[in-house]
Design a protein around this ligand. Structure first.
Ligand code: UDX
Length: 435
């Protein structure tokens, strides 16, 4: 099929490349010329495992092009809207102005029978509003909402082989669903379940999924606080409750909490939308989920100060990890970066390292010191904080690391190290909710 992807940020760049990988003819459109040039040269402006390879093969084959000019999307049969919906600072609501602008730009160029497909995470009600406008301005085209569930670090795999496909379509619009079936034929033939529903449900599936995941993480983090106060072990607790298939073990890892460009923003946007609908009370628990999450960061700062003898001033703290999760260079709303900044403000000399995130971290928090290697970060440190569970930090040898630091003190902010092994090597080890 001929496909356009409007917006070539993280979501759009991955989607465009994956669609071309599936054999479609794709044009990616973005107003940012530098982004377009980087993608056309198969150099994604962010780190995502597997993306450079498919981007390279798709651009080389001629199936994938990039352009700053929306007119180049005019002959597409399917147009994906993949622009961002950032959190607006005053209300916490999702700002849909980029979606609206992309949609307005598409209206005059839509071909007969074209399908506009929303991928962006939007407040419920957006698709119905856009569909009304489409009916008035371009009745020869149709709208569907097809939320995206990709995870950073697994974005290519999640796009090519998703857990499920959700199509929100207008009542009785079988054609829109069959066009999407055509787009995703490979996944459907491989058995991916698909749910065909209305616009509002499709929009809600996305925010409900993220709200549920965030709740699961904050639930276990709340348990970690109880565990700390009672001497219980939150890791064993998570293993034990996770064996109940109704609960499941995934997303029950206690630690510094969730960050990134989706979970924090989406729960705030969802709460703001509920308030607009007069249902603020219904989602009030999500405010608490957010509060528990932010409290985890303060807990780690407090633990660090306590471990440093009551004051962080003049102490060297090695921060292992600055990204919000491993296998990503994304530092948006990163717990690690927040903790580092707080300790720096308390007078500590924070030296941070990360396999991929240093550049992004430096542009957001230039006041911190960054070093490229773990070894340099650890040198003569008074305290080590493991804040992002990159593979190379999980496998650190406590004896080898112990020879580099000034004091053998570590806070394992992701509960990924073996406390017994570290203590045996003479470390003062502290996890989150672990005795
Ligand atoms: C998330 C959703 O998983 C994805 O479906 C959606 O499309 C976008 O938002 P992502 O932001 O890439 O994806 O990260 P995810 O893997 O969900 O992790 C989010 C945060 O939660 C990270 O900071 C991670 O470290 C944290 N987390 C995750 C925990 O603290 N504990 C856990 O058990 C799991």
């Amino acid at each position: 099929m001929r496909i356009s992807v409007i917006g070539c940020g993280y979501l759009g760049a991955v989607h465009a490349s994956a669609m071309a990988e599936l054999g479609h003819e794709v044009v990616g459109i973005d107003v940012d010329r530098r982004k377009i040039e980087a993608l056309a040269a198969a150099h994604p402006p962010f780190y995502e495992p597997g993306l450079p390879e498919i981007l390279n093969s798709a651009t080389a084959s001629g199936r994938l092009r990039f352009s700053p000019d929306i007119a180049d999307a005019a002959d597409a049969e399917v147009h994906f809207l993949a622009v961002g919906t950032p959190q607006s600072s005053e209300t916490g609501a999702a700002d849909v102005s980029f979606v609206d602008a992309a949609f307005e730009a598409l209206l005059p160029i839509l071909a007969e029978g074209a399908l506009v497909v929303g991928k962006s995470t939007v407040p419920v009600g957006t698709a119905a509003r856009l569909a009304e406008r489409l009916a008035a301005e371009a009745p020869h085209a149709a709208l569907a909402w097809n939320p995206e569930f990709l995870r950073e670090g697994f974005a290519v795999k999640d796009t090519l082989a998703p857990d499920r496909l959700v199509y929100g379509v207008a009542d009785g619009d079988d054609r829109a669903a069959s066009m999407l079936d055509h787009v995703y034929r490979a996944a459907i033939e491989a058995g991916t379940p698909r749910i065909i529903t209305d616009y509002a449900t499709a929009e809600l599936v996305k925010v409900a999924a993220n709200a549920f995941l965030a709740t699961k993480i904050s639930f276990i983090n709340a348990m970690s606080e109880i565990a700390d106060a009672t001497g219980a072990d939150v890791t064993a607790l998570a293993d034990a409750i996770g064996h109940d298939v109704r609960i499941g073990r995934r997303f029950l890892n206690a630690g510094v909490g969730f960050g990134g460009g989706c979970l924090p923003k989406d729960i705030r946007g969802f709460t703001a939308r509920a308030e607009e609908l007069g249902l603020g009370q219904t989602l009030a628990f999500l405010t608490e989920v957010d509060a528990i999450n932010m409290r985890q960061r303060r807990r780690v700062v407090d633990l660090a100060v306590r471990d440093l003898g009551g004051s962080a001033a003049g102490k060297k703290v090695a921060m292992l990890g600055v990204t919000f999760k491993p296998d990503s260079d994304d530092v948006r709303d990163s717990p690690a970066l927040d903790i580092a900044t707080s300790l720096n403000a308390l007078g500590a000399e924070v030296v941070a390292t990360d396999p991929e995130g240093i550049e992004n971290a430096r542009s957001r928090r230039p006041e911190l010191s960054y070093v490229p290697t773990t070894r340099e970060a650890l040198q003569l440190a008074d305290l080590v904080i493991l804040a992002t569970e990159w593979g190379e930090y999980r496998t650190l040898d406590p004896e080898v690391v112990g020879r580099l630091v000034g004091e053998r003190r570590i806070i394992d902010g992701r509960n990924v190290l073996d406390p017994a092994a570290w203590r045996a090597a003479g470390w003062h080890y502290r996890g989150i909710g672990r005795p």
